[in-house]
Design a protein around this ligand. Structure first.
Ligand code: ADP
Ligand code: MG
Length: 710
């Protein structure tokens, strides 16, 4: 590259990184408002894509206007002026030689008076009404210059396909409504066209038949026609999905290229012994997944695998076998769970199953006594401890492993990429197994788990009966309690769950506690009841769970702390209060706490009248199906992929325009391209370089770095 060229490039780059305040039409106030929605630079501004479009490209002769229809008219101002009366207004009479159209403004009449003069050429858009003649109230308009040959340059709010931008109240206050955005972005494009250059290698552009970047940018904001608008969208979506997949491909390649993974060659005696001691036979699906894990573990590449399996499919035992193999080969293993209750439960289950084997297993959670904690930390560091089960307390800095060979993360959707990476860093290229119960459509899993190998447990242990699920309004509570009471007296155990969310934690906790008191006094007065919530001390929580596990407590009144992972097979009734406040995934997880044995289980959802339409959909969906996959699909529809599976939470850049669900074929295309490109060192570096110097890809830069380490 010549020095001149390089300089030129640098300037372009500088221009796009210029603070938005220096953009024509933006002062301090607007800049501040824009900052609040994440627009800081020219490049951010240009990537503020329209939410939708209005078709004002057809110009209608006035005589053909139809009342109540949206239309665009081009004509000359015949007369205009303020009309006094009951309601003062500014009226402008427009003519196009086929008729007259009056345009009316009720506010700021003095301003409009100054703005318009007879003889001006004007395009107006809006809904046509009739009041002694055809009229449009508060039309959108563009002043057109008569000299210009081609009118398209003048059309901003009318006469074309018009972009509509999202705006907020505080944006509108400083004039940043759709009109404001249009004006600013149009200027930006017009004045700085030269700064927009192709962002992807030419070979990718031609192979995938996508529009060149500068053309796509123009057409996403001000499309020449609908076809161009669609092509522009395709191009920008492709680019976004391509970059995302490119990063995942980089990461996957990095992992697969490492030949320095641990080779776990032996399945030792203890692993075989465990298989014998299990009170059940593994399902075919569990066996298949274990085989896949075995082959990963034997290989010189570190394992990096996700197990996806619906609630109750038996992921825990797969994790335990995997951990045993690791320690049989002389390494330490660790499992991280999102809640203390779950960590504790895994700890107890594992300790029980490993009782006859010579395995040192320890629990590490936040709220332990210092003396216990110090002892555990010491044993982890010395290597005495073989298996550590814990919460994110494990990733704290002072925890050092002697030789960590395997990392397992349970309910991984509760953790972000960075926590996964931190745990990974505790060993030297340890094998990684992550588990999740959230079933998601394939295209979405290619987005958020695109760097992992995926195993699916697609079968529940035999003899499970689907949980019978119903929902009722709260006025039916007495009947429901009677039913529950009869079941409890037959020996069933019950969860009664109350919502508790961060924002209203105090009130929620109070509500749960009060209900607990009422439940103890009502028809359950002679049953054994306990209360469980997150604010309790560790030992208290332990004691409550323990007595529920041993069937010494019959009814467990709880907040959502039991949502994930908890396993008490004798519990067969899940009663959820204020069910309308839970999301679908949450409800499904909660329901997964029952139906874990061979007894018929029940899930009863109590909703508060009146329910919103969305809440109704959720409760009806729960009643209709127990299939986690179907539930996830409805959930996705209700919440949209951003909310459902925050890419942000996964440490990936937010998608601005693509939707991995709706754009699935484009996603596959982008993924194939990305995985093809990383195969060639030259192309790979070319893209990394392009991302690094391109200010449009600001958010990808540090991510790319992250993907290439750890
Ligand atoms: P999840 O996949 O939701 O984590 P768990 O691992 O907690 O499910 O398993 C759910 C229940 O099923 C547990 O009580 C477990 O002991 C039991 N279980 C696991 N595998 C089998 C099997 N193959 N046959 C019968 N029961 C099983
Ligand atoms: Mg589990």
């Amino acid at each position: 590259m010549t020095p001149i060229m390089e300089n030129y490039l640098q300037n372009k780059e500088k221009l796009l990184n210029t603070p938005v305040q220096y953009l024509k039409g933006i002062g301090e106030k607007r800049a501040q408002a824009l900052e609040k929605i994440g627009i800081n630079t020219f490049s951010d501004m240009i990537q503020y894509y329209p939410r939708r479009y209005l078709d004002r490209s057809n110009i209608t002769p006035i005589k053909n206007l139809k009342v109540d229809e949206q239309a665009t008219v081009v004509g000359k101002v015949q007369t205009c002026g303020i009309k006094k009366g009951a309601r003062q207004r500014f009226i402008l009479l427009l003519t196009d030689e086929t008729g007259f159209l009056s345009c009316v403004w009720f506010h700021q009449v003095q301003y409009w008076q100054k703005r318009f003069k007879p003889g001006q050429l004007l395009a107006v858009s809006g809904k046509v009404g009739y009041f002694g003649g055809k009229q449009i109230i508060h039309p959108d308009f563009d002043l057109l210059s008569e000299e210009s040959e081609d009118l398209t340059d003048d059309f901003l709010h009318t006469g074309a396909i018009i972009p509509i931008y999202s705006s907020t109240e505080s944006l509108s206050l400083v004039g940043l409504d759709s009109r404001g955005f249009r004006r600013i972005i149009k200027n930006l494009i017009k004045n700085h066209t030269d700064s927009f250059e192709e962002t992807l290698p030419q070979s990718i552009v031609s192979r995938n038949k996508i529009l060149p970047f500068p053309i796509a940018l123009k057409n996403i904001h001000f499309p020449e026609n609908f076809q161009m608008m669609q092509q522009a969208q395709q191009r920008l979506k492709f680019e976004e999905l391509f970059l995302l997949q490119f990063m995942l491909a980089l990461r996957k390649q990095k992992i697969h290229q490492q030949q320095s993974g641990i080779v776990f060659s032996d399945v030792g005696d203890r692993t075989k012994l465990l298989a014998k001691e299990l009170p059940f036979e593994l399902t075919e699906a569990q066996k298949k997944v274990l085989k896949e894990i075995r082959s990963d573990m034997k290989s010189t590449q570190p394992m990096y695998r996700l197990i996806q399996g619906d609630v109750g499919s038996g992921k825990t035992i797969v994790a335990l076998v995997t951990m045993l193999i690791a320690i049989e080969n002389g390494y330490q293993a660790t499992l991280m769970a999102p809640t203390e209750i779950l960590a504790e439960q895994h700890f107890l289950t594992f300790r029980g199953l490993l009782a006859d084997m010579d395995v040192n297993i320890q629990l590490l959670v936040g709220a332990q006594k210092k003396s216990i904690r110090d002892s555990v930390t010491g044993q982890i560091e010395s290597g005495e401890c073989n298996i550590v089960i814990g919460t994110h307390a494990i990733i704290q800095q002072n925890i050092k492993f002697q030789n960590l060979g395997l990392v397992v993360i349970d309910e991984q959707h509760r953790f972000g990429v960075s926590q996964r990476a931190e745990l990974f860093e505790k060993g030297e290229n340890p094998d990684v197994l992550v588990m999740t119960a959230t079933p998601i459509p394939r295209t979405l899993s290619l987005t958020v788990y695109g760097d992992l190998d995926v195993s699916i447990i697609d079968e529940l242990p035999s003899g499970r009966k689907p949980v019978i699920t119903t929902w009722r309004y709260s006025n039916k509570r007495p009947d429901i309690y009677k039913f529950v009471k009869s079941k409890v007296d037959e020996g069933s155990q019950v969860y009664i769950v109350f919502p508790l969310i961060e924002e209203s934690a105090k009130l929620d906790l109070q509500a749960a506690t009060e209900s607990y008191d009422k439940i103890r006094e009502g028809i359950f007065a002679n049953n054994k009841i306990a209360l469980l919530h997150g604010r309790m001390k560790s030992e208290e929580k332990e004691a409550v769970m323990d007595s529920f596990k041993k069937n010494e407590t019959q009814i467990l009144v709880s907040t959502t702390v039991i949502e994930v992972g908890v396993d008490v097979p004798n519990a067969t009734i899940m009663l959820i209060e204020n069910a309308e406040r839970f999301g679908l995934t949450q409800l499904h997880q909660l329901r997964g706490r029952v139906g874990r044995g061979s007894e018929q289980s029940y899930c009863i959802l109590i909703g508060k009248y009146p329910l919103t339409e969305e809440a109704l959909t959720r409760l009806n969906t729960m009643a209709k199906t127990t299939d986690g996959f179907k539930i996830a699909e409805v959930d996705l529809e209700l919440r949209g992929p951003g909310e459902f599976f925050g890419t942000k939470q996964h440490g990936l850049p937010e998608l601005k325009i693509a939707n991995p669900l709706k754009d699935s074929s484009l996603l596959i295309q982008a993924r194939n391209e990305a995985f093809r490109v990383v195969e060639s060192a030259q192309q790979k570096n070319e893209i990394i370089e392009m991302v690094e110097r391109n200010s449009f890809f600001q958010n990808y830069k540090d991510k790319i770095e992250m993907m290439q380490i750890g």
